[in-house]
Ligand binder design. Structure first.
Ligand code: NAD
Length: 332
């Protein structure tokens, strides 16, 4: 049995975590779970966003399944997600978006994997006031971090028989920072001559993604663009409730849905647990449990194909629990 650290998160976090753990148990995933409350609630109760024991658990298991956490806007504590990515050097954020024939979307032919740099860019959160009316924010791009994410993307492309990697940037304006990222991309591309390497300016990419998404295979980009573009790819495949992600470093790995804590629907029993479930499938694949991952994905696909049991974000009327039980029935 492998131990997995689980953070239950804020908002819809505890509901979707419960659903995913039930499905993993029904699929006989060979895991035991060390579960922790983290985030806003935990802060109000014990004065720490992440209890020390939760950090220790992750440092021991090296594998974290994490539900979303609320981050206050414009005030208060620094994003816990950013803290975790930085503290555990989770430099690559990988977000696979694939449309399914049975989930209605105007974009039925999307199969795009986004590689988002996860440790620098504007996310270093360095801002200071030059005077009362002028704020300066620092965008940090280093050759070292750029090389790591770009090489990770090419290596993934090679392993998964992907054909093309597109570097996304704004080097026409940010000539030095994005320029360094782009230059590094083409240097590393020379080591992978069988993978098509191209680049797109971020604004053009957004337009092209909506007009002709099938032309894209894999994308690699600095942190902030990756955050925005991967939500866009979530929209292309039918919503954030479907988009999983993994955050990988050399020692640690963290698996989480791309969406946030959805406070607007928390406690209403209508959250879609699929994005966190597919993130758990990435965890299964990361730990060599491909067969269990495939079975879970097939069970979800069968529910979509053969029943109308769907949560409201996918046009259905099912509760989180009804949907979860439908997936479990397919696994039995
Ligand atoms: P959000 O992703 O939480 O919600 C956006 C919209 O999508 C909402 O209408 C929500 O109801 C819907 N939605 C999201 N996930 C859903 C699901 N699984 N099922 C059904 N509908 C779903 O984005 P937001 O409202 O901008 O952010 C809320 C909070 O989450 C903020 O504090 C933000 O900082 C935080 N956040 C956390 C993470 C993370 O922990 N990884 C990521 C993004 C945002």
């Amino acid at each position: 049995m492998k131990s997995i650290t689980v953070f239950k998160g804020d908002g819809i976090g505890p509901e979707i975590t419960a659903a995913v753990l039930q499905i993993l148990k029904a699929a006989h995933a060979p895991y035991d779970y060390e579960e922790f409350e983290v985030g806003e609630k935990e802060y109000k109760k014990n004065g720490a966003l992440i209890p020390e024991a939760a950090f220790r658990s992750f440092e021991k298991t090296k594998l974290l399944l994490k539900a979303p956490i609320t981050t206050p806007i414009g005030k208060g504590f620094r994003s816990l997600n950013v803290t975790l990515r930085k503290k555990y050097a989770l430099y690559a954020n990988i977000r696979p978006a694939r449309s399914s024939a049975v989930i209605p979307t105007p974009f039925p032919d999307v199969d795009i994997v986004t590689f988002r740099e996860n440790t620098e860019d504007l996310y270093i959160g360095v801002e200071y006031a030059m005077d009362a009316d002028t704020i300066h924010a620092v965008k940090l791009i280093t050759r070292k971090a750029s090389e790591k994410i770009i090489r990770a993307a090419f290596t993934y492309a090679q392993k998964h028989h992907r054909k093309k990697l597109t570097c996304v940037h704004k080097a026409n304006i940010l000539k030095q920072s994005d320029g360094l990222f782009l230059h590094t991309f083409y240097q590393i591309a020379e080591e992978y001559p069988h993978i098509i390497a191209e680049d797109k300016i971020i604004d053009n990419l957004c337009m092209q993604l909506v007009m002709h998404p099938a032309q894209f295979d894999m994308l690699v980009m600095p942190n902030l663009y990756g955050d925005i573009v991967s939500d866009l790819t979530g929209g292309l495949i039918g919503g954030l409730g479907l988009l999983p992600s993994m955050n990988i470093g050399t020692t640690y790995a963290m698996f989480e849905a791309v969406h946030g804590s959805a406070p607007d629907i928390a406690g209403k029993h209508i959250a879609n647990p699929t994005a966190l479930l597919f993130s758990a499938c990435l965890l299964l694949e990361h730990t060599g449990e491909q067969e269990i991952s495939q079975r879970i994905k097939k069970a979800v696909q069968t529910v979509w194909e053969t029943t109308n049991i769907r949560t409201p974000d996918l046009g259905g009327t099912a509760t989180t629990e009804e949907y979860t039980q439908a997936v479990i029935r397919q696994l039995q």
